[in-house]
Design a protein around this ligand. Sequence first.
Ligand code: FAD
Length: 686
Amino acid sequence: MPGTDPSDGFVPDAAAVPPIATAGGRLGPAQRAEALRRLATETFDVLVIGGGVTGAGTALDAAARGLSVALVEARDLAAGTSSRSSKLIHGGLRYLEQLNGALVREALRERTLLLETLAPHLVRPVPFLLPLTHHGWERAYIGSGVLLYDTLGQGLARISPAPGTQHSGGLPLHRHLTRKAALREFPALRPDALVGAIQYWDGQVDDARHTMFVARTAARYGAAVVTSAPVVGLLREEDRVTGAVVRDLESPGGAEIRVRARQTIGATGVWTDDLHALLGGARGPVSVRASKGVHLVVPRDRLQGTTGLILRTERSVLFVIPWGTHWIIGTTDTDWELDLAHPAATRADIDYLLDQLNRVLRSPLTRDDIVGVYAGLRPLLAGESEDTAQLSREHAVLAAAPGLTTVAGGKYTTYRVMAEDAVDAAAAGLTRVVPPSCTDKTPLLGADGYQALWNARERLAERAGLHVARIEHLLRRYGTLTEELVDLVVADPSLGAALPGAEAYLAVEALYAVTHEGALRLEDVLTRRTRISFEAADRGLAAAGPVAALVAPVLGWDETRTRAEIDLYEARVAAERASQETPDDATADVARRAAPDARRLPSVRATARPQPTPPVPAEVDLDETVPITGVTVASAATSAAATAAASLRAARRAVVSSISRVSSNGGTGPSHPDGAAPGTMTDLAS
Ligand SMILES: Cc1cc2nc3c(=O)[nH]c(=O)nc-3n(C[C@H](O)[C@H](O)[C@H](O)COP(=O)(O)OP(=O)(O)OC[C@H]3O[C@@H](n4cnc5c(N)ncnc54)[C@H](O)[C@@H]3O)c2cc1C
C-alpha cells in the first residue's frame, strides 16, 4: 500500500533522480535524443510499455508521484486504439441497461474531472438525441435511465440540480422532446422514424490529441518519453523482469537499448498477448482479444441536424456524432484476428453502417458522401463471453511475472483510474514508500488558465494577425499552449497561412507537431496531430507535400527522405481505399498490407504470419485462456497481493484483479469554459 506522506521513508537514489521537468513537456528531436540517452544510462523506478492513453496515463501517474519513469511506444503516441475510438468521454448509457451502475458512475466521475479540471481545453460537451419509436412505456423506460445517468453524473448526493443551475457534472441536463421538437433538432430524420425523443449530454474529445497531451504532461513531470521504440525483449534476472530491450526504429540500423527498471508496466492494449509471449511461456495469465469497430466520416452539410444521434441496432448502438465540420458515424463490433497495427474496414462494414443510418433518414447517405473511414480494435478481456458486445469493459491489473505488471481492458474514459491501479500495483514492488496518485488534481498541459485565455481570444487574434475563429480553433486543440503557436506566427507570419489541401489547419500546426508534440513521421502529423487523414476528401494527399516540406528541416530529412515519406503516405491511402472495396476481413487485410510499413511492430503474432497471405491462425489460442469472470475485489489490496506474488505460477493462481472501483464526485462546478451552450454547434467543434 503506498504511503500517504511523501516524505515518509523516501530515500532518494542519487543515480536515478530524473530531471523534474523536461523543457515544459516539449517533445521534439532534441528531447528524444536526451530521452534515449536516459534510457541507456538510468535505472528507472517504472518503465511503461505502450503509448496509448493507458500507457501515457500510467507514465503520468507514476511521474506525478515523484517516481523516475520511462515511456516507450512502438509506433507513435496513440497509434493503436487510442486514436480510433468514437471519441466520447462518457459513462456509457447502455451499461446502465446492463445494470453496471458502478462502472457508469466511475466513468461519469472521470467525465466531470476531465471536463472541469484535467482537460477543459480538450474535452467538450456534446448533445445526443435518443429517438423513441413506441408511445408510452419506452419514454418512461429510457427516460428513467437517462435521469439516473444525469443523477449519477452529478454525484449520488444530489438528486436534482442546485437552484439556479441546469447542469449535471458540468453538462446540461437531459430533456424530453415531442416528435416535432426532435425534428427541429434533427430535420434529416424521417418523421415516421420516431414518435418523440430524449436529448442528453456527454463529453467528446480528440482522442489522439488528448493522449499526446497526457504523454507531454508526463514528460513535464520528468518522464523520458520515446516513440518509434518497440520493446523486442524483456530483461530478466532469474524469473524477475528487470527492464526491457528497446529498438530505436529511427536509428539507421535499429539500435537496441537495454532499459533497466525496478518495475515494468505493460499497457499494450490488443498487443497484451504479444508482450506476455516475450516472457517465454505458452501464454500470459489473461488474454486480450480484439474487436473491430469502424467509423465513417461525412461532411456536416450532408445531414441536417444540430445534435448527435443514438440509434439502437440489433447488436449494439449506432452513434452519429458532430465533429466540427463533419459527422462521425459508428460503429461496428466484430472479431478481428489479423494485422493488429492496421485493422482494415471492408465494403461490408461500410454498407452495414450506411444501411443502419439510412433506415431513419429522409435522404439516404451513399458511399459518395463518405470522406473518411477509420477502424480501431477494442481491447477486450477474453473469457467472459463469446459475444464481443457483451464482454466486460472493465479493466484488469495483473502480475504477469515478478517485476512485470500488465494493465488491460477498460475504456478511454477511465484511463486515469486504470493508470492509478497499475501504478499502485507496481509501487507495491518498490522498496520505497510511494505517495498516492494525484492525477485527479493534476491538470494536463494547456489546461491551467484556459478560461482566462479563452476570454482573451480577441486580443490573441490581434497579436497573431489571425481571425478570432482561427484562435478559437487553436485554443480547443492546444489550450493555453496556443500562446506558443502564436509566438511562432508572430516570428514568421507565413506560418499563419492555411495548409494547402487542409485549409481548416494552419501551417504552424504542422510545424509545432514535430517541434513540440513528438511527431516523427509525415503520417503522425496527418493522422494524429491533425485529423487531416479522415477529414479531407482526398484523405490528405494534397496536404502531404506541403506538410512534408514544412517538417523536413526540423526532422533532418533530405529530398530523398522527404519524397519517401510522401510515397509511404500515398501508399497507405491507396491501400486503405482498396481495402474498403473488399468484401471481407481477409481480403481487406491483404489489401491494407500492400502498403509498406516503416514501423511494423516486431509482434509475435504479426511476424508469425506469412505476409501478405491471410488468413493465418493466431499463435495464442484465445479459447484456452483463463477466464476472469467473477474476480471483483478491492483494488489496492488485490493489486498489491498480485504484484507481490513470487512467481508467474503463483500470479496465475492469484489471477487478476478485475477492478471495479466505485467513487463519487458531487461537484458540478462552472459550465464549460468554451461557454458550450446547448445547441451551439461551433462549441462542438474539435
Ligand atoms: C471503435 C472503438 C470505439 C471506442 N469508443 C470509445 C469511446 O467513445 N469512449 C471510450 O471511453 N472508449 C472507447 N473505446 C475504447 C478505447 O478507445 C480503448 O479502451 C483505449 O483507447 C485503449 O487504450 P490503450 O492505451 O489500452 O491501448 P492502445 O491505444 O492500443 O495502446 C497500446 C499501445 O501499445 C503499443 N505497443 C504495443 N506493443 C508494443 C511494444 N512491444 N513496445 C512498445 N509499444 C507497444 C502500441 O503501438 C499502442 O500504441 C473505443 C474503442 C474502439 C475500438
